[in-house]
Write a protein that binds this ligand. Structure first.
Ligand code: PLP
Length: 370
């Protein structure tokens, strides 16, 4: 049970049991839990003054409002989420990446890669992107004062295009898939001397993404969970061979994005083995997954949409379709017996759902008279 005026450290991982995104701090041993009603302003500030020290706050590096639990008029913020149970993994936790600037984990890789490119004297930057990477690159390049070109498939979500344009990037649209955009990016790199930040074409994006693994370990008290489920596109976040550990868990389930393109080998076969369209970067991903004792899983568009909606309704978070795919992979891993339901599973929610067109088949909003 939790109460409003608790003290102590808390995990910044968004626990599946907390729909608002985090578990509130736990009481210090032997303390009497003050009820919300008993916490007047004076006593909350008094308590905060005693408990919100540099040390305790340093332990609460994330968690949104619950980081300030002493000051909130809430008796029991820990309403349980049934998402883990619904997916067959009751010990499920979700690592939120949507809080990064530009709303996805892509900002981690791009921040490091762009900074390094600038250090190396790059006059301009270029990358192909089917979505979030382009926005993150545009934002990081703008912050660093370097011109950015993003090459995108013409059907890319309008938000991704808009955020890149808003940051002042040159956006080139191509009727084709991400591979074709990559070819254009390489041409621009050759012709204009732009630093090519395409997936797996330089080492620094991977380095930036290793901070996800570091942070996860930090969140859990310098250990890793039994299983990490991570949505793979190009795969830089999954390459676990880097210093810092990347995402090496005891076992890692990888979800290939199937229908949305850029996936590891497309849909794969019925046993979850990837299909034939394996490229260089994909092979590195598969090696990393196998080295961890993990597996590659493909999710259909229907399964990922279902899981995305499940998260919206049970987790309290509108996650990206890729994250829906990772959640769908948890269910698939359980169904095929790769999970027995007792494991501590962490799913990476790599981005916000708001950047994408809403899932098909939603109920219509109702019109009312004012
Ligand atoms: C929200 C989200 N999740 C996962 C991925 C896959 O990332 P990566 O290409 O690093 O494997 C992407 C990018 O394609 C993404 O935007």
């Amino acid at each position: 049970m939790a109460w409003a005026c608790q003290v102590g450290p808390r995990s910044p991982i968004s626990r599946a049991r907390s729909p608002a995104g985090a578990t509130p701090p736990t009481a210090s041993p032997g303390s009497t839990p003050p009820t919300a009603a008993r916490c007047s302003r004076a006593t909350t500030f008094e308590l905060a003054g005693r408990t919100l020290t540099r040390a305790t706050l340093a332990q609460r590096r994330a968690g949104g409002p619950w980081r300030w639990a002493e000051l909130l008029p809430v008796a029991d913020p820990a309403r349980r989420s049934h998402l883990g149970a619904a997916l067959g993994a009751p010990r499920l936790a979700v690592k939120e990446e949507a809080l990064n600037p530009t709303g996805s984990f892509k900002a981690r890789g791009m921040a490091v890669a762009v900074s390094r490119a600038i250090e190396l004297g790059a006059p301009s930057l270029v990358a192909p992107s089917a979505g979030n990477a382009g926005g993150a690159l545009a934002a990081c390049g703008a912050a660093g004062g370097v011109p950015v070109t993003v090459v995108m498939p013409s059907d890319v979500p309008v938000v991704n295009r808009g955020e890149a344009l808003a940051a002042g990037a040159r956006v080139l649209l191509l009727d084709g898939l991400i591979d074709a955009c990559g070819a254009v990016a390489r041409r621009i790199a050759a012709e204009e001397g732009a630093f090519d930040l395409s997936t797996m074409r330089e080492p620094y994006r991977v380095e930036g993404k290793t901070t996800m693994g570091l942070e996860l370990a930090e969140d859990l008290g310098w250990r890793l969970p039994d299983v990490i489920v991570y949505p793979v596109g190009g795969g830089t976040g999954m390459d676990g061979r880097r210093p810092g550990g990347g995402l090496r868990a005891d076992r890692a389930g990888v979800q290939a994005r199937g229908v949305r393109g850029g996936a590891v080998g497309g849909r794969g076969d019925a046993r979850g083995r990837p299909g034939r369209a394996i490229r260089g970067g994909d092979r590195l991903v598969l090696e990393a997954v196998r080295a961890s004792g993990g597996a590659a899983v493909a999710a259909s568009e229907e399964a990922l949409t279902e899981a995305q909606l499940l998260a919206a309704r049970l987790l309290g978070s509108y996650v990206a379709p890729e994250s829906g795919a990772a959640l769908a992979a948890v269910r698939a891993l359980r169904e095929r017996g790769d999970l027995d339901g007792g494991e501590e599973v962490v799913v990476f929610d790599c981005g916000i759902g708001q950047k994408y067109p809403p899932p098909a088949g939603l109920a219509a909003a109702e019109r009312v008279a004012g």
